[in-house]
Design a protein around this ligand. Structure first.
Ligand code: NAI
Ligand SMILES: O=C(O)C1=NCCCC1
Length: 340
């Protein structure tokens, strides 16, 4: 077995070798299914260790995983820091170490920022494909950072939205993102305006308190993906959606047990799907503090052991899983090894 030193794959090279998040879909779908299959699925993934860097309001996460189906072993080291006006550093920085599972030798050190951006958006797209109403015309993204961009890119490649809306706490940042993506984006001044009538909502902020509220969900019944509002007793008018908080919510932020993006009302009135039950119950403030019941893991929907229910209002709570990084790092390393 070769003892060659590990290769270093920079952010620019990861971007070149993994130009689109959609390239990860088959590998990620398989890994999510395998994860939710338990030991038979061959995914080893402990709950990540998250160390607090208290004086600087920062965190260091350690995310190891082995996937037998991919025969891939990796660990990601990721730091994430709460917003500080005085820092030019990205809020999230990451490195992925990829090992040879046969002997434990380190094969590659990969920049983890691009991997994190693309694999997270790809997983949200997998959930959206299963959970969004049909048809789905309006996409709304709350947040305008790294994940907002990667979700915009993946979602506009994979779905046929006729309108994309964007809201950010500081509007200037939303305007910058909107003008840089090369497609039509409507920047909204309030969350409420942005989510009104949206079919799919992606929350990708560093919020620590709710920004999206269940009271914005107009009472009514979702039937075949359209909201039917009772305008008079017994009279249902199709498509009256003055204020709907979205039929499929992809909640990607709020990854600490005391952080929120969604309020209790929205959490409790939606069908709740998570990437990992164990992680959601340990890390997600939206899940823990609302007491909302988890309906399924995404892998269970993919396997078909639980129904997706796209006709209902759904929330996919994404915490991010180490095996997603394993799949992505192996994809990049294989492409690098093949000389691409
Ligand atoms: N589920 C997963 O797999 C992953 C989740 N994340 C999470 O996704 C979220 C977005 O990450 P990035 O785009 O990389 O971060 P970023 O720092 O690039 O962007 C964060 C965005 O949130 C906004 N923001 C900051 N504080 C806010 C507040 N209090 N209320 C509302 N908006 C606020 C900022 O203006 C910015 O637009 C974070 O919560 C992050 O931890 C990140 C990576 C993976
Ligand atoms: O999965 C990840 O990577 C992350 N998830 C939550 C926040 C930090 C990065």
């Amino acid at each position: 077995m070769s003892s060659a030193p590990p290769v270093f794959i920079s952010a620019a090279d990861v971007e070149r070798l993994l130009p689109r998040a959609s390239l990860l879909l088959p590998g990620l779908e398989a890994a999510l299914s395998n994860f939710s299959a338990g030991p038979a699925g061959g995914v080893e993934q402990p709950l990540r260790a998250v160390l607090r860097v208290r004086p600087y309001r920062g965190f260091l996460g350690v995310m190891p995983a082995y996937s037998a189906a991919d025969d891939a072993l990796s660990t990601k080291l990721v730091t994430f820091y709460e917003p500080r006006g005085d820092s030019a550093a990205p809020s999230h920085q990451a490195t992925v170490l990829l090992f040879d599972p046969r002997c434990g030798a380190l094969r590659a050190v990969l920049d983890g920022a691009v991997i994190t951006a693309k694999r997270t958006a790809a997983v949200s797209a997998i959930a959206t494909k299963l959970l969004m109403p049909r048809p789905a015309a309006v996409l709304c993204i709350l947040g305008a950072g790294v994940q907002a961009r990667s979700h915009y890119e993946a979602f506009t490649e994979l779905f046929d939205f006729t309108e994309v809306r964007l809201w950010n706490r500081t509007e200037q940042r939303a305007l910058q993102l909107a003008s840089s993506v090369g497609g039509a984006v409507r920047v909204c001044g309030t969350v409420r305006d942005a989510v009104c009538g949206a079919d799919v909502i992606v929350t990708v902020t560093m919020a620590t308190a709710p920004i999206l509220f269940g009271e914005w969900v107009k009472p009514g019944a979702h039937i075949n993906g359209k909201l039917l509002t009772e305008t008079a007793p017994g009279l249902l008018m199709e498509n009256m959606r003055p204020l709907v908080a979205g039929d499929a919510v992809q909640s990607v932020g709020a990854s600490r047990p005391d952080w929120r993006e969604l309020d209790d009302a929205l959490m409790k009135s939606s069908v709740l799907v998570v990437d990992s039950r164990e992680a959601a119950l340990a890390e997600s403030g939206d899940v823990i503090l609302s007491g909302a019941e988890i309906f399924a893991e995404l892998g269970e929907l993919l396997k078909g052991t639980k129904p997706a229910q796209p006709e209902k209002t759904t929330v996919f709570k994404s915490l991010g899983m180490a095996v997603e990084d394993t799949v992505a790092a192996k994809f990049v390393y294989d492409a690098w090894s093949a000389g691409n």
